[in-house]
Design a protein around this ligand. Structure first.
Ligand code: ATP
Length: 230
Protein backbone atom coordinates (compact mmCIF):
# COMPACT_ATOMS: atom_id res chain seq x y z
CA UNK A 1 0.00 0.00 0.00
CA UNK A 2 1.02 3.62 -0.59
CA UNK A 3 0.76 6.61 1.70
CA UNK A 4 -2.20 8.17 -0.04
CA UNK A 5 -5.11 8.47 2.37
CA UNK A 6 -8.37 7.55 0.62
CA UNK A 7 -10.58 8.39 3.60
CA UNK A 8 -9.57 10.31 6.70
CA UNK A 9 -11.61 10.69 9.85
CA UNK A 10 -10.78 13.53 12.23
CA UNK A 11 -12.10 13.57 15.80
CA UNK A 12 -15.24 11.76 14.77
CA UNK A 13 -17.89 11.23 17.42
CA UNK A 14 -21.37 9.78 17.25
CA UNK A 15 -24.18 9.04 19.69
CA UNK A 16 -27.61 7.44 19.44
CA UNK A 17 -29.80 9.20 21.96
CA UNK A 18 -27.62 8.97 25.03
CA UNK A 19 -25.56 6.00 23.81
CA UNK A 20 -22.02 6.83 22.73
CA UNK A 21 -21.09 4.79 19.63
CA UNK A 22 -17.89 6.59 18.51
CA UNK A 23 -15.60 8.91 20.45
CA UNK A 24 -12.84 11.08 19.02
CA UNK A 25 -11.95 8.66 16.23
CA UNK A 26 -8.99 9.61 14.06
CA UNK A 27 -8.16 7.26 11.22
CA UNK A 28 -6.71 7.12 7.71
CA UNK A 29 -7.60 4.43 5.20
CA UNK A 30 -4.49 4.18 3.05
CA UNK A 31 -4.72 3.22 -0.60
CA UNK A 32 -4.26 -0.41 -1.52
CA UNK A 33 -4.26 -1.91 1.94
CA UNK A 34 -6.62 -4.21 3.73
CA UNK A 35 -7.48 -2.44 6.96
CA UNK A 36 -9.10 -4.45 9.71
CA UNK A 37 -11.25 -2.83 12.39
CA UNK A 38 -11.59 -5.25 15.29
CA UNK A 39 -13.90 -4.76 18.22
CA UNK A 40 -16.24 -6.68 20.50
CA UNK A 41 -20.02 -6.51 20.28
CA UNK A 42 -21.17 -2.92 20.50
CA UNK A 43 -17.66 -1.45 20.10
CA UNK A 44 -18.95 0.77 17.30
CA UNK A 45 -17.92 -1.13 14.17
CA UNK A 46 -21.17 -0.78 12.22
CA UNK A 47 -21.36 2.91 13.07
CA UNK A 48 -17.78 3.37 11.89
CA UNK A 49 -18.59 1.42 8.70
CA UNK A 50 -21.44 3.85 7.95
CA UNK A 51 -19.25 6.88 8.59
CA UNK A 52 -16.43 5.56 6.38
CA UNK A 53 -18.97 4.72 3.69
CA UNK A 54 -20.35 8.25 3.86
CA UNK A 55 -23.98 7.19 4.37
CA UNK A 56 -23.93 8.07 8.08
CA UNK A 57 -23.03 11.63 8.93
CA UNK A 58 -21.29 11.68 12.31
CA UNK A 59 -22.59 14.03 14.97
CA UNK A 60 -19.09 15.43 15.48
CA UNK A 61 -15.82 15.66 13.61
CA UNK A 62 -14.96 15.43 9.92
CA UNK A 63 -14.65 12.91 7.12
CA UNK A 64 -12.22 13.82 4.34
CA UNK A 65 -11.66 12.01 1.07
CA UNK A 66 -8.93 12.32 -1.51
CA UNK A 67 -11.01 13.66 -4.36
CA UNK A 68 -14.05 11.71 -5.47
CA UNK A 69 -13.48 8.42 -3.68
CA UNK A 70 -16.20 5.90 -4.48
CA UNK A 71 -17.02 3.76 -1.47
CA UNK A 72 -19.19 0.68 -1.39
CA UNK A 73 -20.54 -1.07 1.69
CA UNK A 74 -21.15 -4.81 1.65
CA UNK A 75 -23.76 -5.40 4.31
CA UNK A 76 -24.68 -8.74 5.77
CA UNK A 77 -25.78 -11.42 3.30
CA UNK A 78 -29.15 -11.30 5.03
CA UNK A 79 -29.84 -7.95 3.33
CA UNK A 80 -30.08 -9.57 -0.13
CA UNK A 81 -33.35 -9.82 -2.08
CA UNK A 82 -34.17 -13.43 -1.34
CA UNK A 83 -36.77 -14.01 -4.05
CA UNK A 84 -34.69 -12.39 -6.79
CA UNK A 85 -32.06 -14.40 -8.63
CA UNK A 86 -28.33 -13.89 -8.11
CA UNK A 87 -28.11 -12.01 -11.40
CA UNK A 88 -31.08 -9.81 -10.50
CA UNK A 89 -29.51 -8.94 -7.14
CA UNK A 90 -26.42 -7.73 -8.99
CA UNK A 91 -28.50 -5.86 -11.56
CA UNK A 92 -30.53 -4.04 -8.91
CA UNK A 93 -27.31 -2.74 -7.32
CA UNK A 94 -26.07 -1.57 -10.72
CA UNK A 95 -29.37 0.15 -11.59
CA UNK A 96 -29.31 1.93 -8.23
CA UNK A 97 -25.92 3.37 -9.23
CA UNK A 98 -27.25 4.44 -12.64
CA UNK A 99 -25.46 1.68 -14.56
CA UNK A 100 -27.51 0.23 -17.47
CA UNK A 101 -27.10 -1.11 -21.01
CA UNK A 102 -23.70 -2.20 -22.32
CA UNK A 103 -21.75 -0.95 -19.25
CA UNK A 104 -24.08 -3.05 -17.09
CA UNK A 105 -23.36 -6.19 -19.14
CA UNK A 106 -19.62 -5.53 -18.81
CA UNK A 107 -19.87 -4.97 -15.03
CA UNK A 108 -21.96 -8.11 -14.64
CA UNK A 109 -19.39 -10.15 -16.50
CA UNK A 110 -16.44 -8.96 -14.40
CA UNK A 111 -18.37 -9.25 -11.15
CA UNK A 112 -19.61 -12.75 -11.91
CA UNK A 113 -16.00 -13.75 -12.64
CA UNK A 114 -15.12 -12.93 -9.04
CA UNK A 115 -17.74 -15.37 -7.72
CA UNK A 116 -16.87 -19.00 -7.00
CA UNK A 117 -17.78 -21.39 -9.86
CA UNK A 118 -20.66 -22.98 -7.97
CA UNK A 119 -22.33 -19.56 -7.78
CA UNK A 120 -21.55 -18.67 -11.39
CA UNK A 121 -23.51 -21.77 -12.34
CA UNK A 122 -26.56 -20.62 -10.40
CA UNK A 123 -27.06 -17.05 -11.57
CA UNK A 124 -30.73 -17.64 -12.34
CA UNK A 125 -31.53 -19.28 -8.99
CA UNK A 126 -33.13 -17.31 -6.15
CA UNK A 127 -30.63 -15.79 -3.72
CA UNK A 128 -32.66 -17.16 -0.80
CA UNK A 129 -31.53 -20.68 -1.66
CA UNK A 130 -27.85 -19.92 -1.10
CA UNK A 131 -25.94 -20.99 2.01
CA UNK A 132 -24.84 -18.32 4.46
CA UNK A 133 -21.33 -18.17 3.03
CA UNK A 134 -22.63 -17.99 -0.53
CA UNK A 135 -24.93 -15.14 0.45
CA UNK A 136 -21.97 -13.25 1.92
CA UNK A 137 -20.10 -13.76 -1.32
CA UNK A 138 -23.05 -12.42 -3.31
CA UNK A 139 -23.36 -9.44 -0.94
CA UNK A 140 -19.71 -8.60 -1.61
CA UNK A 141 -20.15 -9.06 -5.36
CA UNK A 142 -23.11 -6.70 -5.21
CA UNK A 143 -20.88 -4.08 -3.58
CA UNK A 144 -18.17 -4.64 -6.22
CA UNK A 145 -20.39 -4.03 -9.24
CA UNK A 146 -20.07 -0.24 -8.83
CA UNK A 147 -16.24 -0.57 -9.07
CA UNK A 148 -15.54 1.08 -5.72
CA UNK A 149 -12.22 2.66 -4.77
CA UNK A 150 -12.79 1.48 -1.23
CA UNK A 151 -14.77 -1.65 -0.35
CA UNK A 152 -16.11 -1.75 3.20
CA UNK A 153 -17.23 -5.14 4.47
CA UNK A 154 -19.15 -5.37 7.74
CA UNK A 155 -18.65 -8.67 9.59
CA UNK A 156 -18.74 -11.11 6.67
CA UNK A 157 -18.03 -14.01 9.05
CA UNK A 158 -21.25 -13.56 11.01
CA UNK A 159 -23.02 -16.90 11.32
CA UNK A 160 -20.73 -18.78 8.94
CA UNK A 161 -19.10 -22.20 9.35
CA UNK A 162 -15.30 -21.85 9.76
CA UNK A 163 -14.51 -23.36 6.35
CA UNK A 164 -16.77 -20.81 4.65
CA UNK A 165 -15.21 -17.96 6.63
CA UNK A 166 -11.83 -18.92 5.21
CA UNK A 167 -13.19 -18.89 1.68
CA UNK A 168 -14.82 -15.47 2.07
CA UNK A 169 -11.61 -14.06 3.57
CA UNK A 170 -9.41 -15.59 0.89
CA UNK A 171 -11.52 -13.88 -1.71
CA UNK A 172 -11.33 -10.54 0.11
CA UNK A 173 -7.56 -10.91 0.40
CA UNK A 174 -7.40 -11.54 -3.33
CA UNK A 175 -9.23 -8.27 -4.02
CA UNK A 176 -6.76 -6.43 -1.79
CA UNK A 177 -3.88 -8.20 -3.52
CA UNK A 178 -5.21 -6.93 -6.85
CA UNK A 179 -4.98 -3.37 -5.53
CA UNK A 180 -8.44 -2.66 -4.12
CA UNK A 181 -8.54 -0.80 -0.80
CA UNK A 182 -10.56 -2.93 1.63
CA UNK A 183 -11.87 -2.12 5.11
CA UNK A 184 -12.95 -5.17 7.07
CA UNK A 185 -15.06 -4.77 10.21
CA UNK A 186 -14.41 -7.86 12.26
CA UNK A 187 -15.42 -9.09 15.66
CA UNK A 188 -12.52 -11.49 16.19
CA UNK A 189 -9.17 -9.80 16.72
CA UNK A 190 -7.25 -12.95 15.73
CA UNK A 191 -8.99 -13.06 12.37
CA UNK A 192 -8.32 -9.39 11.65
CA UNK A 193 -4.68 -9.94 12.62
CA UNK A 194 -4.29 -12.91 10.29
CA UNK A 195 -5.76 -11.39 7.11
CA UNK A 196 -5.18 -7.61 7.32
CA UNK A 197 -2.13 -5.43 6.63
CA UNK A 198 -3.11 -2.94 9.29
CA UNK A 199 -5.44 -3.30 12.27
CA UNK A 200 -7.37 -0.77 14.31
CA UNK A 201 -8.80 -1.93 17.63
CA UNK A 202 -12.06 -0.24 18.65
CA UNK A 203 -13.01 -0.31 22.30
CA UNK A 204 -16.19 1.39 23.49
CA UNK A 205 -16.19 3.59 20.42
CA UNK A 206 -12.58 4.76 20.66
CA UNK A 207 -9.44 3.73 18.75
CA UNK A 208 -7.57 1.81 21.46
CA UNK A 209 -4.72 0.53 19.27
CA UNK A 210 -3.54 0.86 15.68
CA UNK A 211 -0.67 -1.06 14.14
CA UNK A 212 0.56 -3.76 11.83
CA UNK A 213 0.15 -7.46 12.56
CA UNK A 214 3.70 -8.04 11.21
CA UNK A 215 5.02 -5.90 14.08
CA UNK A 216 5.75 -8.41 16.87
CA UNK A 217 5.15 -5.80 19.58
CA UNK A 218 1.68 -5.01 18.27
CA UNK A 219 -0.02 -8.36 19.02
CA UNK A 220 0.01 -8.00 22.80
CA UNK A 221 -0.87 -4.30 22.63
CA UNK A 222 -3.82 -5.05 20.38
CA UNK A 223 -5.05 -7.79 22.68
CA UNK A 224 -4.96 -5.58 25.77
CA UNK A 225 -6.72 -2.82 23.82
CA UNK A 226 -9.41 -5.18 22.53
CA UNK A 227 -10.35 -6.42 25.99
CA UNK A 228 -9.83 -3.38 28.22
CA UNK A 229 -9.09 -0.42 25.99
CA UNK A 230 -5.63 -0.21 27.61
P1 ATP B 1 -22.21 -5.33 16.83
O1 ATP B 1 -21.03 -6.16 16.51
O2 ATP B 1 -23.00 -5.82 18.01
O3 ATP B 1 -23.07 -4.97 15.64
P2 ATP B 1 -20.79 -2.86 16.60
O4 ATP B 1 -19.39 -2.94 17.05
O5 ATP B 1 -21.08 -2.91 15.16
O6 ATP B 1 -21.65 -3.94 17.37
P3 ATP B 1 -22.48 -0.54 16.68
O7 ATP B 1 -23.56 -1.33 16.05
O8 ATP B 1 -21.83 0.54 15.91
O9 ATP B 1 -21.34 -1.51 17.23
O10 ATP B 1 -23.05 0.06 18.05
C1 ATP B 1 -22.30 0.89 18.92
C2 ATP B 1 -23.17 1.28 20.10
O11 ATP B 1 -24.26 2.07 19.66
C3 ATP B 1 -23.79 0.11 20.84
O12 ATP B 1 -23.84 0.43 22.20
C4 ATP B 1 -25.17 0.01 20.24
O13 ATP B 1 -26.06 -0.57 21.15
C5 ATP B 1 -25.49 1.45 19.97
N1 ATP B 1 -26.39 1.62 18.81
C6 ATP B 1 -26.13 1.26 17.53
N2 ATP B 1 -27.13 1.58 16.71
C7 ATP B 1 -28.08 2.16 17.49
C8 ATP B 1 -29.38 2.73 17.25
N3 ATP B 1 -29.89 2.76 16.02
N4 ATP B 1 -30.05 3.22 18.31
C9 ATP B 1 -29.54 3.19 19.55
N5 ATP B 1 -28.32 2.69 19.86
C10 ATP B 1 -27.61 2.18 18.84
Amino acid sequence: GGDRSMIGLRKVGHTYGGVVALRDVGLDVRQGIMLGVAGANGAGKSTLAGVLHGSLKPARGARETDGAVRTSLAPEGRALFKTLSLRENLEVAAYAAGITGAPLRERLEETVEWLPVRLRDRLSAPAGGLSGGEQQMLAIARALIVRPDVLIVDEPALGLAPALVDEVYDRLARLAHDGLTVVLLEQLLSRAMSVCHEVVVLHEGAVAAHGRPDDPAFASLAEAAYFSGA
